[in-house]
Design a protein around this ligand. Structure first.
Ligand SMILES: Cc1cc2nc3c(=O)[nH]c(=O)nc-3n(C[C@H](O)[C@H](O)[C@H](O)COP(=O)(O)OP(=O)(O)OC[C@H]3O[C@@H](n4cnc5c(N)ncnc54)[C@H](O)[C@@H]3O)c2cc1C
Length: 42
């Protein structure tokens, strides 16, 4: 979910090769949120 910009994460339809389904966007959001938290904590 990381992008070329440090600390910026992408989720859902905006991602390259996104499957463009609601359930996938929601899962992406959860994963990106966890990664963002790890980024902030470290
Ligand atoms: C007609 C149609 C039918 C669909 N049917 C289905 C279906 O049956 N089943 C299914 O699983 N998926 C379906 N999809 C796909 C599903 O809607 C998307 O995969 C899902 O909504 C993607 O979620 P997202 O959060 O990535 O993006 P979005 O839901 O598009 O959310 C992006 C949000 O960002 C906001 N935004 C944009 N630019 C800015 C900005 N500059 N600043 C602030 N906010 C901004 C937008 O207003 C929007 O609220 C359908 C899509 C369409 C268009």
């Amino acid at each position: 979910m990381h992008t070329s910009i440090k600390g910026l994460f992408a989720a859902g339809d905006i991602r390259i090769k996104a499957s463009k389904q609601v359930v996938c966007a929601a899962g992406d959001g959860a994963t990106a949120g966890i990664q963002a938290l790890e980024y902030v904590n470290h």
